[in-house]
Design a protein around this ligand. Structure first.
Ligand code: ADP
Length: 221
């Protein structure tokens, strides 16, 4: 079976001599739950952008689900993002004024399924994250923890191979944050490969594998 992610000698530089990533190699196998941990500025987001095919390396090769990302056309890259990857962000990024069901149903737009089918699957995903009682609520009618659950439902409604979460508990109080982490663990147990970016060492050490970043390099994997 292919590794879900393989970075080979990946570097990312910005003008002015900023080296956000320096010669990083990393393999993530199917079914792993991995924390990428490190202080602010250590290169975590840059790493996530590489894994999520949102940015291209200055040097090195990125494989996602066995595909060399560099060789894919824009259309193939969009398809890879839509079918293989699910994204969760610190700021939730939900559409305002739109119900939980329709926020999640939007995660299936690429499938070409009709609205009724997308809503049916969105309801299932919301049940999976424990929000069956919030289907018609709009983001402003929900707590931070509930919003993040909606965002997670949207990320997993298409059954992605890999869920990428960038500081998913960063905007939440301790209790809601613990609930969201437990949810990510449950998704992992049911077969999704999960990568969580965090600057919180306690969260990282609670995960089965930690990749520590410092000055754009992996200091411990
Ligand atoms: P982290 O997510 O760990 O806080 P980042 O990956 O965001 O770290 O940043 C790593 C380094 O790259 C930092 O020094 C940051 O200032 C720099 N950097 C990130 N993005 C850019 C950019 N678009 N232009 C210039 N420098 C950047």
């Amino acid at each position: 079976m292919n590794a879900v992610v393989e970075l080979r000698g990946v570097s990312k530089s910005y003008p002015g001599g900023v080296h956000a990533l320096r010669d990083v190699s990393l393999t993530i196998e199917p079914g792993e739950l991995v924390g990428i941990v490190g202080p602010s500025g250590s290169g975590k987001s840059t790493m996530l952008n590489m894994i999520g095919t949102l940015d291209r390396p200055s040097e090195g090769t990125v494989f996602v689900d066995g595909y060399d990302v560099h060789t894919l056309t824009d259309k193939e890259l969009s398809a890879l993002r839509a079918t293989v990857l699910g994204f969760v962000f610190q700021q939730f990024h939900l559409a305002g004024g739109v119900s939980a069901v329709d926020n999640v149903a939007d995660g299936l737009l690429y499938t070409g399924a009709g609205l009724k089918e997308r809503r049916r699957r969105a309801v299932e995903a919301l049940e999976r994250v424990g929000l069956q009682h919030r289907l018609d609520h709009r983001p402003h009618q929900m707590s931070g923890g509930e919003r993040q659950r909606v965002a997670i439902a949207r990320a997993v409604v298409g059954n992605p191979t890999l869920l990428l979460a960038d500081e998913p508990t960063g905007n939440l109080d301790t209790t809601s944050g613990a609930g969201v982490l437990n949810l990510l663990r449950t998704l992992h147990t049911s077969g999704t490969t999960v990568v969580i970016i965090t600057h919180d060492r306690d969260i990282a050490t609670s995960l089965p594998r930690q990749v520590s970043m410092r000055d754009g390099q992996v200091s411990h994997a």
